[in-house]
Design a protein around this ligand. Structure first.
Ligand SMILES: [Zn+2]
Length: 790
């Protein structure tokens, strides 16, 4: 129903336009207050703008590693010399190293802190795994933890006192390392390799008796010592990955001489480990536009049937990396294709056994190349000379320049759409981790979202660039709705320590990726967002950012106050649920008596049209007044809705009082709509509303989240439109993750009906009928003798 209102000239003056909180509606809220004390106090190491400060420092650790794989025993034996550079302002009396393999100790926190219970039905794996470390449930029993056989000063040969505390080891130094000094020490170790558990391990193929190895977390690695935590030696519980110190690596890997190896870094002795034919093919790959096979499937299958005749040592060098991993097997097919990334040559490569084909040969290396180009655009240019994607049995895990990825076709070479896109997605994701956190070195032991969330967000962008119709799993606001709707007891803020997060996938990957996508598309716009996001990557490439550095940089570089957004999406667990309570419709009263009196007449007539009056028309044949005309007077013919001369005069006087602009407005016939929107979910977001007009066209109006700053529960907003609106819809393109769409339309639209099926009685039996099944199984099966014909 359109209501009229009188045009009051003061409304158009400046005073009238000043925002006034609706009287009695003020609802004080802190949602738009600054984060303030929730963020650490800025200093000269980390500035208030979110950048590394003038006194920023970080440690460096160089590694010289020699290791050998025993393929028979599935065992790694290694020795390393770590040169540790102390750039901190503090003298260090001891250093801490990470012993991730100790995750598999029966006494580890991971194993002993699992909550579990007995179910009515349990698999044997679940039973044997009841008190095993969660990551190795169902794995072959064995001692996979590190055996540290020596810790010493290589110069003096003196052993160094060391203490193992779970997945951490403290080494006491003969003298403290002073600021600006370095100290070298060496560690010898060995361990039995566990079955692949999603991060590292072996995969055995019973059909040909060979094993693929994906080796990571395989040597004692330096903990980070920084200005935020001192030593970051939070125990490895399995979920919170790790954070590491940059340095240079020289690694010599001795493996059976029929193995093909891929690793972090550049191969230094190709002439010794590759055949001349393989080297020639590698040359070809430098100018190829499609992957070139360095080892073909035929060659790999031939190698599967042979035995090694000795050993080979593959030597790698990697500069400015935070970790080192490798893959090795005689089963590997190997392809390569070099790309040019901003003047830097990057050899994109894949290692996969025949079980991965045809998917891996067709896609893997092409996806690696695409990922490097796409991520470089949104963050920083890929700085490393190689990038590998290796085909492990499942999941996906990242290391510098190399990742282990799942996605395997059926044995007959067919595969589902889900397998195909799952594989491409996981390769983009894991290769993408080169940027977050292998270059932008965030601390995943503490903040899972800083690398998983940011990476999943860029993965979303890269997937769309691979194929506009890519069935992306995470990043679209509508896909996070089910998680946001969860019972509060299942929800923790994104800003939760990695190991304490429930529903890790939605919390650390999907929700932050979605939040960034919403920032880019709905809150900031692509231009402001992309500049700020790239600035964050540029500032923190090869450095270790914290959440505050990210939050501050995004605001600093864009000029957009996002504290309300960080509070709502990263520090809170509330959902978005906007309710379009009602839309009131108004029109300016023109005060034209010709229009107003005609309308009033129409309304009065409608009111008089009562059921009694309709029936009396025939029921009362002739009224007293009809029968006796002398009973009539002036009022029997008086029409109060007739426009009089006095009416016309009054109207002319009114028009004369208006200036031309005011007159134009009065005569425009424009519609005024007051939208009443309720914030039912709690998380304030922009209000986006689509107007469907009477003439079939539509238009979208957008209001920033600040619309809620004076009242975080109810807002009222006037929209003017020349065209008449027949339907209003909030969030028409599903961009703010509203968890209840039914309350988004006015007038309310009937939801899709819940379908129910017509039940067709199957006879009178209750429950299954084993008697009939038994009888049927005894009868000869007619169609079976002529062979399958379907
Ligand atoms: Zn990841």
């Amino acid at each position: 129903m359109r209501k009229q209102f009188i045009f009051y000239w003061l409304m158009l003056t400046a005073g009238g336009l000043l925002a006034q909180p609706p009287a009695g509606n003020y609802n004080a809220n802190s949602r738009f207050e600054q984060l303030g004390a929730s963020l650490p106090t800025p200093n000269t190491t980390r500035t208030a703008s979110g950048a590394p400060g003038k006194d920023f420092w970080q440690q460096r650790a160089d590694y010289d590693i020699k290791a050998e794989l025993d393929d028979e025993k599935r065992k790694i034996t290694g020795t390393e010399t770590i040169t540790y550079f102390n750039n901190s302002p503090d003298e260090l009396k001891y250093v801490w190293l990470q012993l991730d393999q100790n995750l598999f100790e029966k006494s580890s926190i991971n194993a002993t802190s699992q909550n579990n219970s007995i179910q009515n039905q349990m698999s044997s794996n679940a039973v044997t795994g009841l008190n095993a470390p969660s990551s190795v449930r169902g794995s072959v029993a064995g001692d996979f933890s590190f055996k540290i056989t020596s810790v010493k000063d290589p110069k003096t040969g003196q052993p160094l006192k060391h203490t193992i505390n779970g997945t951490m080891m403290r080494i006491e130094l003969p003298v403290g390392i002073k600021t600006g000094q370095s100290y070298a020490f060496s560690v010898d170790w060995n361990y039995f390799i566990n079955e692949y558990y999603g991060r590292a391990g072996y995969e055995f193929f019973p059909k040909d008796g060979n094993t693929n190895y994906f080796i990571a977390h395989w040597f004692p690695r330096m903990c980070v010592y920084d200005d935020v935590n001192g030593w970051q030696h939070k125990q490895f519980l399995g979920q919170g990955e790790f954070t590491l110190t940059f340095g240079n690596y020289k690694v010599a890997l001795t493996v059976p001489n029929d193995h093909i190896v891929g690793a972090t870094g550049e191969l230094q002795n190709a002439a010794q480990v590759l055949t001349s034919e393989q080297q020639k093919r590698m040359e070809k790959a430098k100018t190829a536009t499609r992957p070139v096979l360095i080892v073909s499937q035929e060659e790999a299958e031939k190698a599967e049937k042979n035995k090694p005749t000795g050993k080979k040592t593959w030597i790698y060098k990697a500069e400015n990396v935070r970790d080192f991993a490798f893959a090795t097997s005689r089963k590997f097919i190997w392809d390569a294709m070099q790309i040019d990334q901003a003047g830097k040559k990057v050899m994109c490569m894949s290692l996969y056994s025949k079980e991965g084909n045809p998917l891996w040969g067709q896609y893997s290396t092409m996806v690696v190349a695409h990922t490097i180009r796409s991520y470089s655009k949104y963050s920083v240019d890929y700085p490393y000379p190689v990038a590998y994607s290796c085909h492990a049995s499942g999941g996906g895990m990242e290391y510098p320049m190399i990742s282990f990825n799942g996605g395997r076709p059926e044995a007959d070479g067919t595969y589902s759409e889900g397998t195909k896109y799952g594989m491409i997605g996981v390769i983009i994701h894991e290769v993408g981790h080169n940027f977050f956190p292998m270059i932008v070195n965030s601390d995943e032991r503490q903040w899972g979202w800083m690398d998983e969330g940011l990476n999943t967000f860029v993965q979303y962008l890269a997937e769309k660039e691979w194929d506009k119709d890519y069935p992306t799993r995470r990043g679209e606001p509508q896909f996070i709705v089910d998680y946001m709707k969860q019972d509060a007891k299942n929800l923790v803020p994104i800003m939760t320590s990695s190991d304490n997060i429930m529903l890790y996938g939605p919390n650390a990957y999907a929700k932050p990726a979605t939040a960034l996508n919403i920032l880019r598309e709905t809150v900031m716009g692509r231009e402001l967002f992309d500049y700020a996001f790239k600035e964050y990557a540029r500032r923190w490439a090869f450095k270790n950012p914290t959440p505050a550095d990210f939050f501050r940089t995004m605001e600093d570089a864009s000029g957009v106050d996002l504290d309300w957004f960080w509070k709502g999406w990263f520090y809170g667990t509330e959902a978005v649920d906007q309710d379009l309570v009602e839309v009131e419709w108004f029109a300016l009263d023109t005060q034209n008596p010709e229009i107003n009196k005609a309308e009033a007449k129409k309304q009065a007539e409608a009111k008089r049209n009562t059921v009694a009056r309709q029936r009396d028309k025939d029921y009362i044949k002739e009224s007293v007044v009809d029968k006796n005309p002398d009973m009539k007077d002036f009022y029997n013919t008086y029409d109060p809705y007739k426009v009089t001369e006095a009416d016309k005069k009054k109207y002319d006087t009114y028009l004369a009082s208006l200036n031309p602009d005011e007159r134009k407005l009065v005569e425009s016939g424009v519609n005024f709509y007051t939208l009443k929107v309720k914030n039912k979910g709690g998380l304030p977001m922009p209000v986006i509303v689509k107007m469907q007009f009477e003439d079939g066209t539509d238009s979208v109006a957008r209001f920033p989240a600040e619309i809620w700053r004076l009242n975080d529960q109810n807002v009222s907003k006037v929209i003017t439109s020349k065209k008449k609106v027949v339907q209003w819809t909030l969030d028409p393109y599903r961009e703010i993750a509203d968890i209840d769409e039914e309350s988004n339309s006015f007038p309310r639209q009937p939801a899709q009906p819940t379908k129910f099926q017509l039940f067709k009685s199957q006879g009178f039996q209750r429950g299954p009928n084993p008697m009939r099944e038994a009888q049927q199984s005894q009868q000869p099966k007619a169609g079976q003798q002529g062979g399958a014909k379907n």
